[in-house]
Design a protein around this ligand. Structure first.
Ligand SMILES: [Zn+2]
Length: 347
């Protein structure tokens, strides 16, 4: 599943291509969407904004219509200039939203030349930056998605598919205070919840994925297997601060390591970075580094599956000391430090 920041980049690219523009065309392979469009056509409506809510993408059209899509493993939004050749076969198309030139077209913009759209490393989003983004139209194409629905503000509110999310780490109204309050409230109700699972819970804080879970816990010096009841207010603060910083840094890095995009529409999902280092091997503190030396203390990084979904969690047992909860065994959880090679038999 894509990380929250990948979704956010997709949403930002959609916002830049579609935002404020009038819909000139709509196509879909979903019968339900088609019938809504028959009754209340999309053409002529303005795209008001695009929003990320955890793993969900919401496109708001004027006249109280919201297109909701969930970015499952295979689903992806691509953005093309009008007439540009799609990079996926038409049969995989689920939704196409076409928009015309923006009303405030500028001649200067028309002269700019940006690289064409392409697939990100994870294959989740392709955003094409227009050669003349204000004088040309765009097509936003949703491929392979299994969930796409129209909603009104009211039906969305009632819809149980979209969970009521916690404060969005990348949302406009986010503040560390709000984030900490959400975490403290959750910890009070779920004292036995583990830190790593809590960080991934979108109802507590929206936006963190599996990579950042480990990175944030490391940077805050908190053992991801500790129960929330053992986590101090200061530690919660640290985790929220780090989470917000990492998410923002990685969204800003959307231009990619070579800075090839420049301003305008994001076309490249840059590699995740948390250590501040640029080279490939130094990008993360602990994620995916089991058995390797901790970048701070040299201890072997451990990995252990965590939570109901058995997601891999990485940590340094020295930098992230164990704190047992009351009545809990003082024996700290141990993880693997060796990499298991799949498909190899024998010694
Ligand atoms: Zn360490």
């Amino acid at each position: 599943m894509p990380e929250g920041d990948t979704i956010y980049r997709t949403v930002r690219a959609l916002e830049k291509a579609l935002g404020g523009r009038v819909v000139t065309g709509f196509e879909t392979g979903f019968a339900k969407l088609a019938s809504v469009n028959d009754d209340a056509p999309l053409v002529g409506r303005t795209v008001e904004r695009v929003e990320a809510r955890g793993k969900w993408c919401l496109i708001y059209f004027s006249g109280d219509l919201i297109l909701l899509s969930h970015m499952l493993m295979s689903g992806s939004w691509h953005i093309y200039r009008t007439g540009e050749r799609w990079k996926m076969p038409r049969i995989k198309m689920r939704v196409v939203v076409s928009v015309g030139a923006s009303s405030h077209s500028a001649g200067e913009d028309a002269k700019r030349r940006f690289p064409s759209g392409r697939t990100t490393k994870e294959g989740k989003a392709v955003a094409s930056s227009g050669a003349s983004r204000d004088t040309e139209g765009f097509e936003a194409v949703l491929f392979n998605a299994q969930v796409a629905e129209f909603h009104t503000a009211r039906s969305l509110e009632r819809n149980t598919l979209v969970p009521k999310l916690g404060p969005d780490l990348l949302g406009e109204g986010f503040s560390a205070e709000r984030g900490v309050a959400a975490m403290r409230e959750y910890a009070a109700r779920n004292p036995e919840a583990e830190v790593g699972v809590t960080l991934m819970n979108q109802r507590v804080l929206a936006g963190l994925g599996n990579v950042y879970k480990s990175e944030v816990a490391f940077a805050a010096g908190v053992n991801p297997f500790r129960r929330m009841s053992t986590v101090s207010a200061r530690e919660m603060e640290k985790m929220v601060e780090v989470a917000e910083r990492y998410m923002q840094a990685n969204v800003k890095d959307g231009a990619g390591p070579r800075g090839e995009v420049g301003e305008g529409i994001v076309t490249y999902s840059g590699p995740r970075r948390t250590t501040g280092a640029m080279s490939r091997g130094d990008r993360v503190w602990v994620y995916g580094r089991q058995g390797q030396e901790c970048r701070r203390c040299g201890t072997a990084i451990m990995m252990r599956k965590q939570g109901e979904q058995a997601r891999s969690t990485y940590w340094c047992p020295v930098c992230q000391p164990w704190v047992a909860a009351e009545g809990q065994s003082t024996e700290e959880p141990v993880g693997r430090t060796t990499v298991v090679r799949r498909g190899k038999v024998g010694c």
